[in-house]
Design a protein around this ligand. Structure first.
Ligand code: CP3
Length: 340
């Protein structure tokens, strides 16, 4: 398969940066919002036809260079016995983690089989668009497993547990890692072309602590993809100066949030690792002129950095105007990036 996205991931020169967006599947697309009137998120994710349709929607509706599987990071807790519900106010678990239920969790790999058949279905419908598979980083997944009340977005329960029950926390983080490794390999065997690890809440603990306790686990999950020859992207959001620990033994590309400038991130990340990012999604709330200024400022970076994938610093917000997104994709594709 020849594609500008896969060429960039494997270190080949291209005429422009490839582009895709975190949370491009669903959320902002009118055709998705129409489907949502009829089906719940959970139902769509588990239905082969609907999941494939939503995964591929942004290819036609936005013109992006890659598709990301329509699924969620919280299906790993579901696969180890947690009762997940997506409410109108976000996800929650009916049996949030406590000292009482932690030892009763057990991984049932068959609960993920539907994801593998979704991947095969997507690849059979569209062979030429690269498909990104994913799962949550151990810390991010861990934090959500304590959420029994969807309105409490604080993660206070999870963090209190993490600091006061170290042994049990490590046990749970390792259990998540084992399940994630099997899940990544299942996705790879089913046909994904790239794997992204979403460690969205990396910055909720000090970067030194993340490096010592969690980064070795995240690395193992990413290694599982590499073993299957699937290129990897790691998104350790708000890792800040921890980015200097990222090297090629961990991932092929690292996705940068919008707190750092992309030039600074490029300086502190190992030069063998490519960069993805890092437009602030809220910039889509501003005028086309302001968006143009942002894009024009990236021209120099894009000219000198072939190992760069254009993306957001985090996912779309639900009320973003998809026409502006389409405009950005078109701008990236039609601009002369002065690469020879
Ligand atoms: O990028 C994509 O579009 C692919 C699909 C995808 C979803 N979730 C679909 C989804 C991906 C990659 C995720 C990852 C995810 N899920 C993360 C990590 C990345 C991030 O954005 O922070 C996290 C923390 C979750 C957990 C989760 N799932 C939350 C907090 C919520 C509710 C609020 C929200 O963000 O929408 C979900 C639900 C969810 N996951 C929806 C979608 C399309 C919303 C369903 C709806 O349309 O109501």
């Amino acid at each position: 398969m020849s594609s500008i996205f896969l060429d960039t991931l494997s270190g080949n020169k291209t005429t422009r940066p490839p582009v895709w967006f975190m949370r491009q599947a669903g959320r902002i697309l009118p055709s998705y919002q129409k489907l949502k009137l009829k089906y719940s998120f959970h139902d769509m994710m588990k239905n082969k036809e609907l999941a494939s349709q939503v995964t591929l929607m942004p290819i036609d509706d936005l013109g992006v260079d890659a598709a990301i599987l329509f699924s969620d990071i919280l299906i790993i807790p579901e696969s180890i016995g947690m009762k997940l519900e997506f409410t109108d106010n976000g996800p929650k678990f009916h049996n949030p983690i406590s000292l009482n239920n932690i030892s009763s969790l057990s991984f049932d790999a068959t609960k993920l089989d539907y994801v593998y058949s979704n991947i095969k279905q997507i690849k059979s419908i569209n062979k030429k668009t690269p498909l990104i598979g994913f799962c949550g980083g151990p810390l991010t997944t861990f934090l959500f497993m304590f959420r029994g009340d969807e309105k409490d977005k604080s993660f206070n329960n999870a963090l209190k547990f993490f600091y006061s029950n170290k042994k049990e926390s490590v046990y749970l983080l390792e259990k998540l890692t084992e399940a994630s490794i099997e899940y990544v390999q299942g996705q790879a065997s089913s046909g994904i072309d790239c794997f992204q690890l979403f460690e969205t809440y990396c910055g909720i603990i000090p970067s030194e602590l993340y490096k010592k306790l969690i980064l070795p686990l995240s690395t193992k999950i990413l290694e599982a993809a590499k073993q299957k020859n699937v290129p990897t992207i790691f998104f350790p959001k708000n890792f800040n100066d921890g980015l200097r620990y990222i090297n090629k033994d961990i991932c092929d590309f690292v996705s940068i949030d919008w707190n750092l400038s992309i030039e600074y991130a490029r300086k502190i990340v190992d030069s063998k690792v490519g960069i993805q990012g890092n437009m602030n999604p809220r910039l889509f709330y501003s005028s086309y002129d302001d968006i143009d200024i942002y894009l024009n400022n990236l021209l120099k970076f894009g000219e000198h950095n072939d190992d760069w994938i254009f993306n957001l610093g985090h996912g779309f917000l639900p009320d973003i105007d998809y026409k502006k997104v389409k405009y950005v994709v078109q701008w990236i594709k039609e601009t002369n990036w002065n690469r020879n």
